[in-house]
Design a protein around this ligand. Structure first.
Ligand code: FE
Ligand code: FE
Length: 429
């Protein structure tokens, strides 16, 4: 077998075996994953690429994820026939939560003579400093960041420089042929009964059909979310905003709550134009809850984030203005049992934005920006754009915010810049 020959050759040359590691939910695996693995395998001269389907990914703690046996079966089908791709079930057999650093630690203990190359997309790399024990992870293996359309590799290198200070050679930025497919997109198409042919291997597609996966299920950016939020195992159905009032009044000042109600009104108007299929309850819930943690102190916000097992951002980002978004999402999840990933994402990213925002995230971000109580210079332009073009409106709002933040001398969050880059690549002006 080819792999065996390569191994013997490498044993003779004294070079350590190089193993690429592709973690992920693989719900479902698609050609984006395979093309990335193939490019990394070839360009970095890896001996093999190990696909490791995640148990319950730490950043998706309570989202609805397809059963492990289905995801494992799909990954096996996806890599079948490739002599250098292998599937490991190590994360599926280990009790959670599963952090990448633990996975790599277990791999290096089991195979001490090998060098590990942890392969991630630039969207994930951006979040790397916020992962669990990121420095330990970076010390243990090389991180291969594959470029995805819309991301600036230079900015990403700057963003990650601090994290890799002790091991600069462990950061490998790598350009791959642009296969911009996401599992969310695939699920969305399938949930809508559309074709996903040529997005993933036929064998995987056949498996999905046979097992009725992704039928009326969480589709990420798109419709069908309410069904997902209500029907998923352990998920709590959303409640009408009126029923949340008492809970909100305990935590928010009246003026803030009034702002949230105006955001709700604006968000419903935006959704009616740009996302008409969406269940309005999802929009209302995201809007009314987006600032639930805005009146809490830094100490309280930090406690919420730490208690949820999330690492705190660097000191410079620990202001209520930035922490309230993340803390709000965690609070809503913990106390109201809301697990709808779209609602949580809309709350989590409403302040900074992020690259690859979902439609709901854009709607909440914009509604917060243009609700009728806002009267700063430039808001009218964004209101005008919001009526016709969601992306252009978000892009303009991001650019106005960036200019404003620079002018006031406050630190500019990299997610905001990345969000702008990402949209700029998409929007024709
Ligand atoms: Fe806010
Ligand atoms: Fe707000």
């Amino acid at each position: 077998m080819q792999l065996r020959e390569k191994e013997i050759k490498q044993g003779q040359s004294g070079r350590r075996r190089r193993v690429g590691v592709m973690g992920g939910t693989f719900d479902p695996p698609h050609y984006g994953h395979l093309a990335a693995a193939e490019a990394a395998w070839e360009d970095l001269d890896l001996d093999e690429v190990l696909f490791i389907p995640a148990g319950v990914p730490p950043h998706k703690k309570s989202e609805e994820v397809s059963a492990a046996h289905h995801r494992l079966a799909m990954v096996k089908l996806a890599v079948a026939g490739h002599p250098h791709f292998r599937v490991s079930r190590m994360e599926l057999e280990r009790p959670g939560p599963h952090y990448s650093v633990d996975t790599i630690r277990l791999l290096t203990e089991a195979q001490p003579g090998e060098e590990f190359y942890f392969i991630i997309g630039s969207d994930m790399a951006f979040e790397l400093p916020r992962w669990y024990e990121p420095r330990q992870l970076v010390a243990l293996c090389r991180i291969v960041v594959l470029n995805r359309p819309g991301y600036s590799m230079d900015e990403l290198s700057c963003h990650l420089a601090g994290l890799f200070a002790a091991h600069p050679d462990h950061l490998l930025m790598h350009r791959v042929p642009g296969v911009d497919i996401s599992s969310t997109e695939v699920r969305q198409r399938l949930a809508l009964g559309k074709s996903a042919r040529y997005l993933l291997p036929d064998a995987v597609l056949a498996y999905i059909k046979e097992n009725h996966l992704y039928v009326n299920k969480a589709a990420g950016d798109g419709s069908g979310m309410c069904a997902a939020a209500g029907a998923g195992a352990g998920a709590t159905p959303l409640r009408p905003p009126a029923e949340l009032r008492a809970w909100l009044e305990m935590r928010m000042k009246p003026a803030r709550l009034a702002h949230s109600e105006r955001v709700m009104k604006a968000a419903l108007q935006l959704a009616a134009v740009h996302d008409p299929e969406r269940d309005p309850l999802v929009v209302q819930t995201s809007a009314i809850l987006h600032d639930v943690a805005r009146d809490l102190s830094v100490t309280e916000l930090e406690r919420i984030i730490s208690e949820a097992g999330r690492s705190l951002p660097a000191k410079e980002w620990r202001s209520p203005a930035l922490l309230h978004a993340e803390a709000g999402a965690l609070l809503v999840q913990k106390e109201l049992g809301i697990n709808d990933p779209e609602v949580l994402g809309a709350i989590r990213y409403h302040t900074t934005g992020r690259p690859g925002m979902t439609t709901l995230e854009k709607i909440i971000f914009l509604a917060d920006y243009i609700e009728e109580g806002r009267s700063f210079p430039g808001v009218e332009e964004v209101r005008r754009l919001a009526a016709v073009d969601l992306d252009k409106a978000v892009l303009t709002a991001l650019e106005q915010s960036i200019m404003y933040i620079i002018k006031t001398g406050r630190p500019l969050h990299p997610a905001t810049l990345e969000a702008r880059h990402h949209l700029l690549a998409k929007v024709k002006r």
